[in-house]
Design a protein around this ligand. Structure first.
Ligand SMILES: [Zn+2]
Length: 167
């Protein structure tokens, strides 16, 4: 999970919501990925999808049986679907996602035996740390947008002052 957290920091550095994922087979790290849908102009560029694509390319197989995916945030429905298609053995996630989590928070895609026979899920691993990374990102973003609004108001107020020539 520490490697997934490091990948999440790469997302933060790119100005994206900091989520990171690592794909492991046994002791071997096969691939990692960080969330960057904005920079990639790609709604599917979640950390898990990036890691799955890279891993499948690395082993030249679209199925990744026996692999474990570590991700700092509970996967969404899209990622849960891709995880199932890849036949991932186990998903370990950090923070729960009350808005789009598909491992029990909003829906539980993996609990449906008609959909999935392959993947076990462990949630809440380093939950506080993984959640804190996301909270600090959104707090920083809110602060930056408050400052931008204040600067815009100040500029507008300055524009409305009578100029020296008019006085
Ligand atoms: Zn996702």
């Amino acid at each position: 999970m520490a490697l997934a957290q490091a990948a999440a920091e790469e997302a933060r550095a790119a100005g994206e919501v900091p989520v990171g994922a690592v794909l492991v087979r046994g002791d071997e790290v096969i691939a990692k990925g960080f969330n960057h849908p904005i920079g990639a102009h790609d709604p599917s560029a979640h950390a898990e999808m990036i890691a799955l694509r890279a891993a499948a390319r690395a082993v030249e197989n679209y199925r990744l049986p026996g692999c474990e995916l570590y991700v700092t945030l509970e996967p969404c429905l899209m990622c849960a679907g891709a995880i199932m298609h890849a036949r991932i053995a186990r998903v370990v996630f950090g923070a729960r996602d009350p808005k789009t989590g598909a491992c029990g928070s909003v829906v539980d895609a993996f609990a449906n035996p008609q959909l999935n026979h392959h993947t076990t899920v462990s949630g809440g691993v380093l939950e506080a740390e993984c959640g804190a990374a996301l909270k600090s990102f959104f707090a920083e973003r809110r602060r930056a947008s408050r400052e931008a609004r204040a600067a815009a108001r100040a500029a507008e107020a300055a524009d409305n002052l009578p100029s020296a020539e008019a006085l």
